[in-house]
Design a protein around this ligand. Structure first.
Ligand code: MN
Length: 318
């Protein structure tokens, strides 16, 4: 199955002389790694093709690769490939609609299919691993170089949390080993990707000193407007500290509340208790062990903690 869909993707790549690659808004390392890694592989294999990567850039991830800026008429007769993006509203740069042919390549659950051709497979750790698989199965046609290898490596590292998460398979490790035979510096990638600034480190200290825990193991902390201003940390960075509360004995579920002007966004993670049903009840959803939600008062935040506490009690009652 996979090989025939891969053949169809490859046939389209061969057919078009202009290829534009998109990915999701608020890019992460896998979105950029798969997008730009695929560009490098196509350019290395078919040097005469015009291949572009587009989308908004974020400051911290500019070191991965920079975007191309192209005019609308480049889309005329172009193939557009969208990497790592589950649904249409999340595609960055709406000009994908101008495509003459649209391909989706993704490893998220296919809840909202799109594209003229769609290769979606949740068994991969990352979209970058899918691109590596495409290359591996078509080495007679496709070429990898050290730039592409670095990009795919970054994507796999990002989505597996440095090979910690359960999506990491023997194939992931095999492909990673092969990528590492190319000439790039993994230590430099780690130190850049996981460096935090001094303010964030101190906020993390406060979080560890002051988080609270409910009777049945729901750890939680409130990133109030005051806290964020005191430490000078933006909301997105603060929310990304969620896993500071992981791997602490007794924490079954951990929660961060991040106060916005008109709402309180919630990040929820779990060591094993399924929590996305609770997230769903509070204007959210997501993966069974990692979800988001939104509440509109601190009373509602308390109700969310109580609901998670009841879920933990139920799950661990024997
Ligand atoms: Mn991904």
């Amino acid at each position: 199955m996979t090989s025939s869909i891969q053949t169809q993707v490859l046939d389209k790549i061969k057919e078009y002389s202009t290829i534009i690659i998109h990915r999701h808004v608020f890019p992460d390392p896998d979105a950029l790694g798969s997008q730009c890694g695929l560009k490098k592989i196509i350019k290395e294999s078919f040097p005469s093709k015009n291949v572009y990567v587009v989308g908004e850039e974020v400051e911290e991830l500019k070191f991965i690769h920079r975007m191309d800026s192209i005019s609308d008429d480049v889309y005329k007769n172009a193939l557009v490939i969208v990497c790592d993006t589950a649904n249409l509203p999340r595609i960055c740069d709406k000009r994908f609609e101008l495509a003459s042919f649209l391909i989706k390549i993704d490893h998220h659950p296919d809840l909202e299919p799109y594209g003229n051709l769609s290769w979606v497979d949740t068994s991969y750790s990352s979209t970058s691993e899918m691109i590596m698989d495409l290359f591996t199965k078509h080495k007679h046609i496709l070429q990898l170089n050290s730039e592409a290898a670095r990009l795919l490596y970054i994507g796999i590292v990002g989505d597996t949390g440095r090979f910690l998460y359960r999506g990491t398979t023997t194939q992931t490790m095999k492909y990673t080993a092969e990528l590492m035979t190319f000439d790039f510096n993994p230590q430099l990638i780690f130190s850049t990707l996981y460096k935090k600034d001094n303010n964030t480190a101190r906020l993390q200290g406060t979080l560890l000193l002051n988080y609270e825990r409910s009777k049945n193991g729901v750890a939680h902390f409130r990133m109030t407007r005051n806290v964020l201003e005191q430490f000078g940390v933006d909301r997105n960075t603060a929310g990304n500290l969620i896993n500071t509360l992981a791997d602490i004995e007794g924490n079954k579920v951990w929660v961060l509340f991040i106060e916005y002007p008109d709402s309180i966004r919630v990040r929820i993670s779990s060591a094993g208790t399924v929590i996305n049903n609770v997230a769903y009840r509070f204007n959210g959803g997501g993966h069974p062990l990692a979800s988001g939600a939104t509440v509109y008062s601190w009373e509602e935040a308390d109700a969310l903690i109580q609901a998670l506490d009841a879920t933990c009690k139920e799950a661990h009652k024997n």
